[in-house]
Design a protein. Sequence first.
Length: 478
Amino acid sequence: MDRYPLLIPHCDEPAGWQDVHNPYDLSVIAQVATCNSGHIEQALTAAHNLFSNKDGWLPVDQRIEIFSKVIHLVSKQKEELAQLAASEGGKPLQDSRVEINRAIDGLKLCIDCMRADNGSMPVVNSTSATRQHLAFTTLEPIGVVVAVSAFNHPFNLIVHQVGPALAAGCPVIVKPSADTPLSCLKLASIFHQAGLPEAWLQVAITGSIPVAEHLVTAQRVSFFSFIGSARIGWMLRSKLAPGTRCALEHGGAAPVIIAEDADLDQAITLLAKGAFYHAGQVCVSTQRIYVHKNLCKAFLKGLSQAANKLVVGDPTDEKTEVGPLIRPGEASRVMDWVNEARGQGATVVCGGQKIRQTCLAPTLLLNPPKTSKVSQNEIFGPVACIYEFSDMDEAIDRANSLPLAFQAAIFSKNQDTILRAYKRLNASAVMVNQHTAFRTDGMPFAGLGESGLGVGGIHHTFRDMQIEKMLVMHSKEL
């Protein structure tokens, strides 16, 4: 069994060892070294000292060279990295391969940012009082970045948090999910192998809330990047040191509206993927589907047939399309919510049962009451709720009824219907004739309301982790 040591310089003795489990069969696949408050203090000191020595900052050309080597090394190990992500996180291998390719794209976007982004020249000589003045700005790293990540995309989420920070010139301390630390440790090792000095990217693994809070709330942290639950994210934000900027990416309960003129076959094919991709453990997974009453019967038949055909099982099997939930407790929670909705009058169209301890059959619920947990919360499981409607404005109002707002979708052939939905839906992005989980790594990605704070996407994160510094000069020669 592999054992992964601490990735904090000058810290050889761990606080302990944590087992990492395969979520499908619950076998132990590795052990990772965990840290305590002393290790956190060492990591913070190392990162702070690096940033404080401005003469030691990594120049842009050196950063680009390191990223180029990382891309080469990741590309050579794509299959190994996909197998690792599938084994620790439960995402089917076919989707884990896509994740690694997306991570490579994200690293390339980081290089694009470093090559293209620079400062500006504000106009400061436009009045008689400011004649003979010249100004320009440069972009500088904001400082020490702490990133806390989630389990559901164990490699690519780390790229989206760590990549822009390092590209911006910031030292980073990252705390991956305790469920999926291996992909993060592997990426950090690849960066070090590519020539990044170890203290520029450190990994802190802990299951202790006080230790994690010590890391996040330290005065030396300039930027906090968080991906995870709204409850934890907002709590940590409230404890940040004064001056610490942050970006929070939480969950959603993504709504889809299927208008009367929608292409039903297209909607069924796409939503079978959008609802059950990674067993619904995605912040923009399609969860609430509002279907015009004249299409509902045919839609239910088609989507239930598609859901029943999905292969559920071992994520490392080439044929698997829906893998396990991350922990047995999560599978039990989702089943409890489904059974509650069933008891309150919802119709279970398909699924509604466990296949094994962490695997659930893809489930469709028709008209669960609005007070049920599946209607009120992010499910984060392979469950989609279907609601009939007769009036488009009614469907939009119901889609907007939750404090969660991330991505949404509209299926229609009518441009006025599409634009009306785009205008009125509470969402940062509205997909047209596409499922809600669509994403490219360069596009803005933002939760609204309780779903988050700030804008993700490589370029947006890169800029968030920099400050624009201005120099103003006066000369009679101007």
